[in-house]
Design a protein around this ligand. Sequence first.
Ligand code: SAH
Length: 367
Amino acid sequence: MTALPLVFDAPKRGLPPRHLADLSVEERRTAVTELGEKPFRANQLSNHYFGRLTADASAMTDIPAAARARLGDALLPPLLSVVRHVSCDDNTTRKTLWRAHDGTLLESVLMRYPDRVTLCVSSQAGCGMACPFCATGQGGLERNLSTAEIVDQVRAAAAAMRDGDLGEPGRLSNIVFMGMGEPLASLRRVVAAVRRITDPAPAGFGISQRNVTVSTVGLAPAIRKLADERMQVRLAVSLHTPDDESRDTLVPVNNRWPVDEVLSAARYYADVTGRRVSIEYALIRDVNDQPWRADLLARRLRQHLGQLVHVNVIPLNPTPGSEWDASPKAVEREFVRRVNAGGVACTVRDTRGQEIAAACGQLAAEG
Ligand code: SAH
């Protein structure tokens, strides 16, 4: 028997080629000039991509055909293709599985509410933070996404809303970095993506910075760097428990940056930006839902953040292979009551998409 040749060798995984959405307005002009075109062509490309939400160069008929082809090839390489959409909640929640140029898979989730439309974006394919209750963490990190790969998830969602893919046409209003990955582990790319998302058209999509949330496991130095960007973005910290002993297991990166360091970085963020910080708390039966933990949580948050904090309790969503479960409703109610009684605002977060594995902690991008 002869050995089979390895024709299906995995392609080399890496960041995609440079794309318009990777570049600032200034860099776009330089790139266009280097391609032998007039600088104003950069503005035309930006109008199409960020204003009209199209990434298809052939549709850009205000640009002469030869230039269109040259600019399209160089600055609008295809980044993400749809593998499939799955919907639930009467088609007001839709998860999309994307394939990147190198075969990497990732997911984003679009949610329509009466008063807003939120896209949950991925900043990495997979995640290296290894939180044991999160499906993404179980799979490990595949790679960072480029700025443009993050931005293109937003473009596609904004176009889907405009085109009525989720019912009546609407407008994408909110972005949460709560999909796959740890956004602050890829800070530079994520900050650039936030600028593209929030800069007014045609530099970006013009979504309000106040409507963008960056969620982190608590990479303390990166929280401070994000604060120093002086943006009005909301910070969410996935704390999940107030004591280092249990957090060392629930959020392994706590071994590097313990609760006190995370909360003082969060305080710095609140002071610099003037915005209240959100604390995410996935409530797990008999793991982190005890009354004494609710009291300790309130105490530590008050001590570090005063009134500049709000706790979102998320009932644990089930993940494959995990024995952990959400807390009973009575336990959840008592937990929330005690945190509020301790002087810290606390509510239960609406969770969506469980039945299509689109809820918090369930994104695994399985082809
Ligand atoms: N890495 C970032 C971004 C992911 S956000 C972060 O951890 O904040 C996803 C949110 O869902 C986080 O708050 C995360 O802790 C939470 N989460 C993860 N697994 C979950 C699960 N099984 N049930 C409920 N929430 C979960």
